[in-house]
Ligand binder design. Structure first.
Ligand SMILES: [Zn+2]
Length: 144
């Protein structure tokens, strides 16, 4: 479900919204600066909700994989054994991983109108997004 009409939160990635919005009177999709700059607002708004839901689920899975890779690098999966800083890092990886992944999913999507005409093409990913797939090795380096 697209979380529209919440001026506090980006409806694409859930970061803090930056006062930028797309849409009309009753359905405004508020955006963060990153999603606005990368052109995800109108595309995500025009995307059928079930399609957005699929990308959101894929992004959640990618964020979970990112956090799981970090836990694997610690060789501990029992969350109760984590040091508070390790737990904070797991949470950070999930939150930032979701944002990175949903932007990647929306960027790669092709949105069509009811007649099959492409209204939003797949976007070229910015260079920094091509590195969004973080390996366990990179996560170890991040946590040092
Ligand atoms: Zn955003």
């Amino acid at each position: 479900m697209k979380p529209l009409n919440n001026p506090e939160s980006c409806f694409v990635c859930r970061r803090r919204a930056d006062g930028l919005g797309v849409g009309g009177d009753n359905a405004i999709g508020w955006l963060c600066q990153i999603c606005a700059d990368q052109g995800h607002g109108a595309k995500a708004l025009d995307m059928p909700t079930p399609e957005f839901d699929r990308y959101e689920i894929a992004a959640l899975a990618a964020a979970g994989d990112r956090a799981g890779a970090y836990l694997d690098s610690l060789t501990r999966t029992d969350l109760a054994t984590l040091h508070p800083e390790e737990w904070t890092h797991v949470c950070r990886l999930i939150v930032t991983g979701f944002g990175d992944a949903i932007r990647r999913e929306v960027a790669g999507a092709v949105v069509r109108d009811g007649f099959g005409k492409v209204t939003h093409a797949a976007l070229e990913l910015p260079v920094e997004m091509s590195h969004a797939q973080i390996t366990a090795q990179e996560i170890e380096e991040e946590s040092d």
